[in-house]
Every structure is written in C-alpha cells, then in structure tokens.
Design a protein around this ligand. Structure first.
Ligand SMILES: NC(=O)C1=CN([C@@H]2O[C@H](COP(=O)(O)OP(=O)(O)OC[C@H]3O[C@@H](n4cnc5c(N)ncnc54)[C@H](OP(=O)(O)O)[C@@H]3O)[C@@H](O)[C@H]2O)[C@@H](O)CC1
Ligand SMILES: Nc1ncnc2c1ncn2[C@@H]1O[C@H](COP(=O)(O)OP(=O)(O)O)[C@@H](O)[C@H]1O
Ligand SMILES: [K+]
Length: 486
C-alpha cells in the first residue's frame, strides 16, 4: 500500500525526529537524496555531472535550504552550480555558506531567466510544504522560463505553486520532470491537477516515524491480489454471488451491454439483467439471466448496479434502493436517486459519479470538483452516507463518512476517457460487491483492474469501452500472479 500524509502529520513527525537527532540531520538526509536524483538526471541530460550547469531557485524557507545543500554536493562533484535566492537576505544561511564553500555561485533574480535558459538542470526549491496560496508573482516568470527551457526540472519536495494537501493548483506552478519528496508522499503528489505538475515522484526516506492515519492510500498489486474473490472448491454460482444489473433503455441499450460485460469479469457467479435491453444483452452475452419484470421481481441478487443508460426510469432506481443488498449507483441513477432514500439505506451503497455528476449532486460547477477532488469526494460521501468513487483523471474512493484514508487509484490512463468505459467499471465494481467485497474495496479494486485493463487494451492507441472490458481478465491474471508468487 502506498500512502500519503497530510502536511500537519508530516510536521508532527518532523518535530519528533528533530528532537532526537543532531541539528540539521533531516535536511542533510533530504539533500543527499535530492542530490542523488539530480546527479542521475544530469547523467541523462548531459552525460555527466562534472562541467554541467545547474541553477538552484531558492525560496526563503527550508525548501530552499534543501536545494542549497544538494547544490553544494553537486558543486563538489564538479558541476557549475548557481543559486538564485528570491529574497537573498532570508535564504537559508547554512545552505548558502555550504554552497559557497563548495565553489558554487550566487546570482541575482534579475539574471535568473537567462541562467535557466542555459542550464542543464533547474532545481525548484522555492517553496515546499510551507507554501500558502499559489506561486507568488515574482516566481511566475521563473516557472514559465523553466517550462520553456531544455533543462530537466527537479522539484524539491513539491512543485512550487501546487497545494500539498489537496492537489489544487491556483494559477502558475512549476512543472517538474521529477519531484523528490521527503519522508512521505503528500496528497497533492497523487491527485490531479497537481500530480501532473510533479512528473515522476521519488520518495526519500529521511527516517520520519509517521503516526496517525494516512490521508490517502493507493492499492498496489499485492493489496489487490489479497482482495480478489477467488472461488473455493466448494463454490457454486450462487455462493460466488449474483450481481443484478438494472441499466440501459430503449435509447441506450449499449450501456446495459457494457455494464454486463464488466460484471461478467468481476468475480460474481452469475449476472442477472433487468431492463428493456434484454435482447441486446442476450445477443452479446448468452450467459446472462434476463428479466423484464423489474428489480423487485427479478429474483435474488447479492448486489445491484443501477443507472448506466437508465434514461428517466426513476421507478427502477427506487426499487433498487429499497433492496437490502449492496447497491452501486451510477450515471442516470445518480440523478434519479432520492437523496433521503440513499441515506436511509442500511446495506452498503457505492456511488460512482464523474466530475460532472458529482458537481450536479453538490450543486457546484464541474470545474470546482476537478479543482478540489479530495474535498469533493469527502463531502459527497458525508452528505449521502455512502461510499463514493469519483471518476476522472484521478479516481478517488471515500468511505461512507468521508473520513481518512481516501483511496486513490494509480493505474488509470487517459485512454479510458472513452464513451461507455464508466459502464464497464460499474458492472465490474458491482460484481465485486456481489462477490462480497465491502463498498470501498469493491470500488477501489474495480478501479484498479479497470485502469490496468485500460492500459493493456490501449497499449498506446485508442480503445473502445468493449476493448477495456475484454482486457479485465488480463489485468486480473497479472495481479493474481503476484499472489501466487507470494
Ligand atoms: N518535513 C520534514 O521533515 C522536512 C522538511 N524539509 C524541507 O522543508 C520544507 C518546509 O520548509 P519551511 O517550513 O521552511 O517552508 P517552505 O516550504 O520552505 O516555504 C516557506 C517559505 O516560503 C515562502 N512562501 C510561502 N508561500 C509561498 C508562495 N506561495 N510562493 C513563494 N513563496 C512562498 C515563505 O516566505 P515568506 O512568507 O517568509 O516570504 C516561507 O518562508 C519542506 O517542504 C522540505 O523541503 C527538509 O529539509 C527535511 C525535513
Ligand atoms: N483523463 C483520464 N485519465 C484516466 N482515466 C480517465 C480519464 N478520464 C476518464 N477516465 C476514466 O474513464 C472512465 C469514464 O467513465 P464515465 O465518465 O462514466 O464515462 P461513460 O459515462 O462514457 O461510461 C472512468 O473510469 C474514468 O475514471
Ligand atoms: K519546491
């Protein structure tokens, strides 16, 4: 499990470690890790460290201190290192002295853009977890120059300008090729839009003992492998779970077919389809149990999926919400569901909106949800008393009370932004619910497999939702391998 901790938790751990260690020890560990990554990148960009040109952009806090000490290490290896302190009188004094002792130079912000243009490596040490608000105006031209330059850009702890705790980006921010972060991932490094600014993220262990719960957790292969439902010798199709799919309409029969295609690959022993698209479903998947009697009379299921392509069929949604089994609500179902009925449910509920649907439920604009995904998913979970999976470039899954930790999915690909791929996900996650997974696990395991399947199906070229459904089996096998190997 990969985790991310809030700034507050990291600060507490930092204080505890500092009390035990000699002064400056944490910063030296951070700087050593940072310098190692810088040296590696210089090797890639200019073939060597010796003789390469490095520019340090230095703010007035410890983030700048990290950059200066790392710069001193590079200067000792023969790099030409120039520091540009944005507020020279307040730059980290020990760091500046160390850089000078190692042969590094110090330049005025007036020449920063020129230096950046000629650099092999730019180190963004302007601001880290002490940052508030967006990048300050004087730093904006530097971020733009770094974006234009051919130099590799390394961010210290975080790209300056992004919000460490939420992943929000207000205005300009540095775009890094690599971010070297210390002690723990910060939530912003795993959540868009900030995640995109961070490039690839490397964690340097500086020996922090992190107490308390993480803010975010990301499942990895081994975690998913442990959660996958696998039939035992005594299993039969009913014991494996029956998932009911109440989806599709005369207008959107394809949504039903796609939800069923996901459900057939999610571990339930049988898929029951209820709705007006039975003929289309059977034509594609003869193994489906089809009924046109409505959810109440369709026969037993262990979980329902309701909503994909459902049009305006509010009665079906109401019937599903009244069932005493886990329910996944997606797409039109989210619009048609009565909020009181959702809150009154006693069995688990998993809602799976994309940003637009989440915005409609919260009564805000879509951009607001995309800007603040973590707060949005938590707020929805709290309001509905339901687990919520917020889809999109970063998929987040929050438990019913929106508390910590929220799961973040790391496997997706933008190729998944294709019509109907959400329907596949709802069938898949619903099937996992029917197989007995708790709502947050069903959502996060579903998103994990779906993301991996999207990668396999796409392999660098466009895909349709159907291709994603087909690739779920490969994703499952790949994850399962870890388990068998363990
Ligand atoms: N956690 C750990 O264990 C360890 C942490 N370490 C490192 O310490 C870093 C945290 O250091 P920190 O607390 O000194 O804050 P930091 O991020 O340098 O920024 C504060 C300064 O920036 C300024 N400033 C504020 N907002 C701004 C903005 N929007 N745009 C521009 N400037 C802005 C503000 O200046 P002022 O308001 O005074 O002008 C303030 O003085 C952390 O990220 C990591 O790198 C490691 O050394 C080892 C162990
Ligand atoms: N930029 C992106 N990066 C990664 N995954 C994405 C991106 N955009 C969309 N997705 C994923 O694609 C799927 C789209 O679902 P949804 O928006 O419901 O589409 P539809 O309604 O057409 O099925 C979701 O799983 C979502 O997380
Ligand atoms: K930074």
């Amino acid at each position: 499990m990969r985790t991310a901790y809030s700034v507050e938790t990291v600060r507490t751990a930092e204080r505890e470690s500092m009390a035990r260690l000699p002064e400056g020890a944490l910063m030296q560990r951070a700087a050593a890790g940072l310098a190692a990554t810088c040296a590696e990148l210089l090797g890639q960009v200019s073939g060597r460290v010796y003789g390469s040109r490095v520019v340090l952009l230095v703010g007035s806090g410890d983030n700048g201190g990290d950059a200066l000490y790392a710069g001193a290490r590079l200067a000792r290896r023969g790099a030409g290192v120039t520091a540009v302190p944005l507020a020279p009188e307040r730059a980290h004094a020990g760091g500046l002295a160390a850089l000078r002792r190692a042969g590094g130079r110090v330049a005025s912000p007036a020449v920063a853009e020129e230096l950046i243009e000629r650099a092999d490596l730019v180190v963004d040490g302007i601001v880290g977890i002490g940052g508030e608000g967006g990048l300050r105006p004087e730093a904006v031209p530097l971020a733009e120059a770094a974006g234009r330059a051919r130099a590799a850009v390394v961010a210290v702890d975080l790209p300056s300008g992004v919000d460490a705790g939420t992943g929000e980006v207000r205005g300009a921010a540095f775009r890094a090729d690599v971010t070297v972060t210390f002690g723990a991932h910060k939530p912003g490094l795993l959540i868009d839009p900030a995640r995109e600014y961070a490039g690839s993220v490397r964690l340097v262990d500086i020996g922090l003992a992190l107490p308390g719960e993480p803010e975010l957790e990301a499942l990895q292969h081994a975690d998913v492998a442990r959660l996958l439902p696998v039939p035992g010798a005594e299993s039969d199709k009913y014991r494996r779970g029956v998932v009911g799919i109440a989806a599709g309409s005369a207008r959107y029969p394809g949504a039903a077919v796609l939800a069923v295609s996901g459900a057939l690959r999610g571990g339930a022993g049988a898929v029951r389809y209820v709705g007006p698209a039975g003929d289309a479903v059977i034509a594609r998947f003869p193994e489906t149990l089809v009924s046109d009697q409505g959810p109440e009379r369709a026969g037993r299921v262990q979980a329902w999926v309701v909503g994909p392509g459902a049009g305006d069929d509010a009665e079906t949604v109401a019937q599903v919400l009244a069932a005493e089994v886990p329910v996944l609500i997606d797409a039109d179902g989210l619009r048609l569901a009565d909020a009181e009925a959702v809150r009154a449910r006693t069995a688990p509920t998993l809602m799976t909106p994309h940003a637009g649907e989440a915005a409609a439920l919260l009564g805000v604009g879509r951009a607001e949800v995309e800007r603040a995904r973590l707060a949005s998913v938590r707020e929805l979970a709290r309001r509905y008393g339901a687990a919520v999976l917020l889809k999109g470039s970063t998929t987040l899954v929050a438990g019913p009370d929106g508390s910590r930790p929220v799961r973040v999915n790391s496997t997706g690909t933008p190729w998944l932004a294709t019509a109907g791929s959400g329907d596949v996900l709802s069938g898949l996650a619903g099937s996992l619910l029917a197989a007995g997974l708790p709502a947050v696990d069903a959502g996060s395991v579903g998103a994990y497999l779906h993301g991996l399947a999207g990668r396999f199906a796409a392999a660098g070229a466009p895909v349709g939702a159907h291709d994603v459904a087909l690739a779920v089996r490969r994703a499952w096998r790949e994850v399962g391998e870890v388990h068998r190997g363990a």
